[in-house]
Design a protein around this ligand. Structure first.
Ligand SMILES: C[S@@+](CC[C@H](N)C(=O)[O-])C[C@H]1O[C@@H](n2cnc3c(N)ncnc32)[C@H](O)[C@@H]1O
Length: 212
């Protein structure tokens, strides 16, 4: 097993710290597929390094970023940690969100905004515009070259669906980390209500582990 790659983005609710606790369970199930219905910042998949994985998240910008990392075609936005550059890039990202949100440029801007915006937040206003302010960080840990991520991510399948649309196979090892039941649930348009929490539990309870 190679040294795990660090999650490429800062992501609210990231579970890198849980990997040592999940790993003994995963090691016992190694031959199976890892499924993450709410993969967010990818910290669990990158920590466990499965051969087979289905990684899903409803946030289309996040999944667009991973797909460009996977094919090695991510655009390059220089690391300019200044308010004026940040606001210009945010405007361009919002323009592309309407016109060409699947593009490599949109993915590169998403990375830039994640790194230089406030706390790595991903928040949209009611008109669907990304509205996170400039982060004012002293230093920004910024990647421009991604070959190791291409190799790792090319083994895995990605989708951008509501979790309930995923087709689980018997024996899948499912790691489910839905948004918390708190006011802050702004990862994506629509939020995540109490009814969604109930849907999640019911959906997970239907999954067969293939142990019997
Ligand atoms: C707590 S975060 C997951 C964090 C992840 N485990 C990590 O380590 O970075 C929850 C994720 O659920 C996603 N999400 C919210 N509603 C969803 C839905 N209906 N279906 C799939 N994903 C959803 C959010 O976009 C967010 O990335």
């Amino acid at each position: 097993m190679n040294a795990p790659l660090a999650p490429p983005l800062k992501w609210a609710g990231g579970k890198r710290w849980q990997v040592p606790h999940i790993k003994p369970l995963w090691d016992a199930a190694r031959a199976t597929r890892l499924v993450e219905p709410f993969c967010g910042g990818l910290s669990v998949a990158l920590g466990l390094q499965p051969e087979r994985a289905l990684l899903n998240d409803v946030n289309p910008h996040l999944m667009n970023f991973y797909r460009w990392l996977q094919c090695g075609g991510l655009g390059v936005i220089p690391n300019e940690n200044e308010r004026e550059a940040f606001e210009r890039h945010r405007d361009r990202f919002n323009e592309l969100a309407l016109a060409d949100r699947h593009s490599s440029e949109s993915a590169a801007l998403f990375y830039y905004l994640n790194k230089t915006g406030f706390n790595g937040l991903c928040r949209f206003n009611s008109k669907g515009k990304f509205n996170v302010p400039f982060g004012k960080r002293n230093t920004v840990n910024y990647e421009l070259d991604w070959p190791a991520y291409k190799v790792q991510l090319s083994k895995w399948a990605f989708s951008c669906l509501d979790f309930s649309e995923l087709r689980l196979e018997e024996g899948d090892f499912v790691y489910a980390d839905p948004p918390y039941d708190v006011e802050f649930t702004t990862y994506s348009a629509g939020g995540f209500s109490w009814a969604d929490q109930v849907r999640t539990v019911e959906w997970l309870a239907r999954h067969r582990l293939g142990l019997d």
